[in-house]
Design a protein around this ligand. Structure first.
Ligand code: SF4
Length: 421
C-alpha cells in the first residue's frame, strides 16, 4: 500500500483485518513512545507541542502517573505475546522526560524490562533536550542500556536563538555539558538538529564534528502549506536543500562513515533501492504509538504542527489495546500501519517512490488535508538530484535496485522499522 495515490476511494478508514494482516508480521506497533512529561523546562520557539497549532498539552497531567505507565507496558506485552514479534522499542519522550525524576525513571526502566524481557527483545531510548542530564542520570542510562537522542541546533549563538528556557535564557551551555557526559560514559546517542534556515551550513556541521559527535540528523522544520509562505519569502525557494547540499558534499569528499548523517544516509539508501529508516522520506508506515501522560494514544504526534487536536485518536491505553488502533476508523490507523496515500503530484513525480511525499506533517493544508506534496518539495527534488549526481545512480537504476530488494523482502518477515529518532 506504500506510495499509493490519494483519491476519494483510497483515503479511507484502515481496513479491519488485523489478524489476517498480522500473520504477515507487518501490522503491529514496533515503537511505543511514552510522553512521560507533558511539560518542558525549555520553551523552544519552533516547538510543535507548545508553540504551534495545538494546545492539548494544557489539559494533560504534567507527569505520567504510574498506572498509565503500567497500562502502557501491559498493552505492549499483550501485543507482543499475540504477534510473536521479536523486538519492541520503548522510548521516553516529552515535553522533557527528565522531569519525571531519576528514581521513577530507574523504576520504570526496570519494570519494562521485567515485564517484557521474557517475551520480546526490549530496546530502551530517551529523547531529551539534554539540559538536566547529570551523573545520576548517566548512571541510570548506562545501567538500563538506554540510547539517547539529544536536541542541539548548532553553535551557541544559533542554538540559543531558538532553544531557550522560560526566562528567555539560551540552553546551549547545559546541553553541551549533558552531551559531554554522554560522550565520557560512552552512552550511545545521536543529535537531532532542526535546520537553522539561513545559517551557514558548514559552520553548523563543523561545530558537531568539533564536539566529537558521531551521529547527527538534520531535521526539516515543521511547516504546513498554510504557514510556509513567509519562510520562502525570507529564505528563498530551497533553504533546506541549500543547507543540506554543502554538508552532503563535505561528508562525501572529506568525511568518513564513522560520522553518520542519518537523513542524508537515508536519501542515499533509497536512491540505492533500500527502504527508508525514517519518517521524513519514503512514506513508510511508522508503526509507532505515542502515549500521552493521561494515557491517550496518538499516532502522529507531530501533526500538532498542523491543527489543534489533529493528533488525537481518542483511545486511552487504560481502556483500549494496540489492536484497537488498527480498528479505528481514522486516518491515523492508515498512516501508522500503511502510510498515507500520496497526492497526484507526488505520484507523478520522478522521486515519487524515493522521497514519496516527504514528512506527512509537511504535506498538510487546511484546504486539502494531506493531499499535497511536501512544503519542502523543491528542496527534496534539489537534494535528490544532487545526491544522485554525486552517486552516479539514475532513476532507472534505482528502480532496478528497488525491485531486487522488494523481491527479497517478500520472503522476509523482519521488515526494518521506521525510526522517529
Ligand atoms: S519531491 Fe515533491 S512531488 Fe516529488 S515525491 Fe517528494 S514531495 Fe512529492
Amino acid at each position: 500500500m506504500r506510495g499509493s495515490c490519494y483519491s476519494e476511494h483510497n483515503w479511507r478508514p484502515a481496513r479491519k483485518f488485523f489478524m489476517a494482516e498480522n500473520s504477515q508480521h507487518q501490522k503491529h506497533i514496533t515503537q511505543v513512545i511514552l510522553k512521560v512529561a507533558s511539560r518542558c523546562n525549555l520553551n523552544c520557539s519552533y516547538c510543535y507541542v507548545y508553540n504551534m497549532a495545538d494546545s492539548t498539552w494544557r489539559g494533560r497531567p504534567a507527569l505520567m502517573p504510574d498506572d498509565v505507565f503500567e497500562a502502557a507496558i501491559t498493552r505492549t506485552l499483550q501485543q507482543c505475546s499475540a504477534t510473536g514479534q521479536d523486538r519492541i522499542l520503548i522510548a521516553f519522550h516529552g515535553g522533557e522526560p527528565c522531569l519525571i525524576g531519576s528514581e521513577r525513571f530507574d523504576f520504570w526502566c526496570g519494570r519494562a524490562r521485567a515485564l517484557l524481557g521474557d517475551v520480546v527483545k526490549v530496546n530502551l531510548a530517551m529523547q531529551t533536550n539534554g539540559t538536566l542530564l547529570d551523573s545520576r542520570w548517566i548512571d541510570l542510562l548506562r545501567k538500563h542500556r538506554v540510547s539517547v537522542g539529544i536536541s542541539m541546533d548548532g553553535p551557541k549563538e544559533i542554538h540559543d536563538a531558538v532553544r531557550r528556557d522560560h526566562r528567555q535564557q539560551g540552553s546551549y551551555d547545559q546541553v553541551e555539558r549533558g552531551l559531554r557526559l554522554l560522550q565520557e560514559s560512552e552512552i550511545p546517542y545521536g543529535v537531532g538538529c532542526v535546520i537553522p534556515l539561513g545559517a551557514d551550513p558548514l559552520t553548523v556541521h563543523r561545530h558537531f564534528l568539533r564536539l566529537g559527535c558521531k551521529q547527527v540528523t538534520y531535521l526539516m522544520p515543521h511547516f504546513t502549506h498554510d504557514t510556509i509562505g513567509p519562510i520562502h519569502q525570507r529564505f528563498g525557494p530551497t533553504p533546506c536543500a541549500d543547507f543540506l547540499i554543502p554538508i552532503f558534499d563535505h561528508w562525501w569528499f572529506e568525511g568518513t562513515m564513522d560520522f553518520q548523517i542519518n537523513n542524508l544516509k537515508d536519501v542515499a539508501r533509497v536512491i540505492m533501492g533500500g527502504q527508508s529508516h525514517s519518517e521524513a522520506i519514503g512514506n513508510g508506515p511508522p508503526r509507532y504509538v505515542f502515549i500521552e501522560a493521561d494515557g491517550e494514544m496518538e499516532g502522529l504526534d507531530n501533526l500538532r504542527a498542523c491543527g489543534d487536536g489533529l493528533a488525537r485518536i481518542k483511545l486511552n491505553v487504560r481502556t483500549s489495546n494496540f489492536f484497537d488502533l488498527l480498528r479505528t476508523e481514522t486516518m491515523h490507523s492508515q498512516a501508522i500501519f500503511e502510510g498515507m496515500p500520496l497526492c497526484p503530484t507526488c505520484c507523478n513525480c520522478r522521486e515519487g517512490k524515493t522521497c514519496a511525499g516527504g514528512h506527512l506533517s509537511h504535506r498538510y493544508s487546511v484546504a486539502s488535508g494531506f493531499n499535497n506534496p511536501s512544503v519542502w518539495c523543491a528542496d527534496l527534488l534539489k537534494l535528490f538530484t544532487h545526491v544522485r549526481e554525486r552517486m552516479h545512480v539514475s532513476l532507472e537504476e534505482t528502480e532496478q535496485f528497488r525491485n531486487i530488494r522488494l523481491a527479497r523482502d517478500a520472503t522476509r518477515h523482519d521488515i526494518q522499522p521506521v525510526y522517529v529518532f
